[in-house]
Design a protein around this ligand. Structure first.
Ligand code: 0X9
Ligand code: ZN
Length: 321
């Protein structure tokens, strides 16, 4: 693709190929599940990691979901999540005691590319595309009038107000014609039906915030706040250095039909939207194609991701380092 680090979905050796290769090479710990298909026929893929992955039913062990690239242009989210996936697999292969123990006790589910149509489109057509590729006006081509924001399409306070999502098909926060109308939403909800997740980390960019629900409204704390606090830290001692943790609607803005709100309100899953950094100030969604900067972003977030992984069996008593 002409990039050093970034890889598309479709290309040979791209992210889709990588998921299949990883599952094929690690049958003891990895199982690939196709959750659904996008408008353009791309697979929406989840990978389960746990010892004996193929011999035990999904959802047998305490489970954590790590997802990324729900928004097409937020490339750093996929790369951070991909490195986390490799951290588990490489740790297993290297006989790392801590990783081996984590993979014996819990299940880790990865959806690296939650919006594969949109993601591919950012390579082929428009780097800053955010939504999926629903043809809203049915004219057979994709223009600025098309696409649904997958992070406004969930059946939790869907369409609650116009501030938190848009009725306009041209908007970047267009919620879609109905709750869960989109194949990307349905795929994730199917996964939620298959597995009861203790935690969900839905990587996004950008902002250096560690956001948690429920962000359809402002100010109402939830009974789970102590767990969110313990794992996210606070302004003075954030779990991820330099980031601001807090209620998503308070730190950023209100949203409705949003993924982590659905996870928390309807599935009892403790969920975050970590908003990764820009790599270089001013880069926005175009995180530099720079191995060292990308690796640094991953390493900065790794302790948080591992604390979540370690806390899966007993979310009420979270581990934090
Ligand atoms: O707007 C979003 O979907 C997320 N931000 S992004 O810039 N990656 O698009 C944030 C969603 C977090 N939830 C709330 N802010 N309520
Ligand atoms: Zn996003």
């Amino acid at each position: 693709s002409g990039f050093q680090v970034w890889r598309s979905w479709d290309e040979e050796g791209g992210l889709r190929d990588e998921l299949y290769d990883l599952a094929r090479r690690n049958p003891q710990i990895a199982k690939l599940v196709v959750l659904g298909e996008t408008y353009n026929g791309r697979e929406i893929i989840a990978l389960k990691l746990t010892q004996g992955a193929r011999g035990i039913a999904d959802g047998t062990r305490p489970a954590v979901l790590y997802s990324s690239l729900q928004h097409a242009r937020e490339w750093i989210s996929g790369e951070v999540n991909r490195r986390l996936l490799h951290h588990f697999v490489d740790g297993w292969r290297a006989n790392d005691r801590e990783i081996r123990s984590l993979l014996r006790r819990n299940e880790y589910w990865f959806v690296l590319v939650a919006n594969p149509d949109g993601y591919q489109y950012t390579f082929d057509e428009e780097r800053l595309w955010r939504k999926n590729l629903r043809d809203n006006d049915g004219d057979g081509e994709i223009t600025q009038l098309d696409g649904v924001d997958p992070n406004r399409n969930y059946p939790e306070h869907f369409k609650y107000d116009e501030e938190g999502s848009s009725s306009l098909s041209s908007s970047d926060t267009y919620r879609g014609p109905a709750a869960a109308s989109e194949p990307e939403t349905q795929a994730m909800m199917d996964l939620y039906d298959r597995v009861r997740f203790a935690f969900h980390v839905n990587w996004h960019s950008t902002g250096e915030w560690l956001l948690y629900p429920e962000g359809w409204q402002i100010g109402t704390p939830t009974a789970d706040d102590p767990i969110y606090f313990a794992l996210s830290g606070n302004r003075d001692t954030p779990a991820i250095p330099g980031w601001e943790p807090g209620l998503s609607s308070d730190v950023l803005y209100v949203t409705n039909g949003e993924t982590t709100d659905f996870a928390h309100a309807q599935r009892g899953t403790l969920a975050w939207t970590p908003e990764l950094g820009e790599g270089v100030p001013g880069s926005g969604f175009v995180f530099p194609d720079d191995e060292a900067l990308i690796q640094a972003e991953f390493e900065k977030t790794l302790p948080f991701a591992l604390d979540v992984a370690m806390s899966a069996a007993d979310p009420d008593d979270p581990v934090s380092h």
